[in-house]
Write a protein that binds this ligand. Sequence first.
Ligand SMILES: Cc1ncc(COP(=O)(O)O)c(C=O)c1O
Length: 426
Amino acid sequence: MGIQHTSSTSSNGTGHGLEHTQTFDPGGLFAERVASIPSSFIRDILKTTARPEVISFAGGLPNPAYFPVEDIHTATDNALRKSGRAMLQYSTTEGFLPLREWISARYKAQQGIDISPDDILITNGSQQSIDLVGKIFLDKGDRIVLENPGYLGAIQSFSAYQPRFVTAELNDDGIDIQGLNHAVTTTSPKIVSMIPNFQNPTGISYSLETRERVGDTLKGKNVIAIEDDPYGDIKFHDNRLPSLKHYLGDQVVMFGSFSKIVAPGLRLGWVAAHRSIIDKLNVAKQAADLHSNFFAQRVMFEYLSTNNVDAHIAKICAAYKHQRDVMIEAIRTYLPAGLKHTNPEGGMFIWLTLPEGTSSIALLELALQRNVAFVPGKPFYANGGGLNTLRLNFSNSDEATIHEGMKRLSSAMEELFKHAPITTTA
Ligand SMILES: Cc1ncc(COP(=O)(O)O)c(C=O)c1O
């Protein structure tokens, strides 16, 4: 539909009449790159799940029950009282220094990694980090390696820069090293983008060996390794495996986010990278939006520096772990035996694989008739495939809802498999 453009030619010569309406169609004006951006399949699904009777395992939403509403309220009051005029003013592109110092200190305390606050850029969440990195590195036709399946938001964001996606399969213990090696040696990519902790969409984490071998594979090559890590703190055990930074040093561009540990609505994340990369990102960000919401940055810093954030994160982790357990049990109880599923040790997602030859898109249609939703796996595969896979979110549903939703999904599967009986390999 075009934009309604009204032109007036009034008979009294004042030009104020409404006598005919032309339709303006901007279609031919859009840049080529816009056609390259896939619309977010998830967003389209989320529209259908807005009906209150739909149980949605589709979104990637943190559980709002654990948003620190009262503490954010207090932090906002205090920040406004302390620095109201400053926080309502324009600010610097790199972000609020005390917030960058907090992030730097946390890298040191949690992972023993030295990152100067000057090597950190505050962004509007990791999604903007992805876009800015695409903007400064990717020319049309450049190769970028993604996990297969990979994060849909990265596929969407990078697509605007018209790269050629090269994929490396994701196995149970992380990115397939042979595939990665083949991709790197045969296509000379500029970037390899990875989510080593509790990946979206699969929940899979890279094993220690995979991390080491990623290091061996990429070390010294002329390639950037993105480590996108919004879920690293949302873990269901005490163990933290080393960042790729330990193996690849300055080749790594690290993305972090406050979305999963505090609240996504504040839209705050960061990039930590070599100074020369941060400098370029800074210019790109300046051109995009001058700086991230300074009000939100000051509130975030006030919140972080006056609360026990680790206790808060521990609460989220305990809740999600329980929800994960409930969903795994429900999968085993209600769904056909032998379906392959991941059993994530953190994050927010479980990945389900249906028998070869079946379609999760067809399943979604049957599921929506029963008022339950999930995300079919196909859009997570940058170069196609994955028709028989799907993503389930467990962080945003309570125990009773998970059980009810899984019963509905089971009924949808029964219908789907009626004519194509399930034959499983365990
Ligand atoms: C792997 C990954 N990267 C980046 C993002 C974007 O997160 P945000 O922009 O909220 O920090 C998400 C959100 O779900 C994600 O799963």
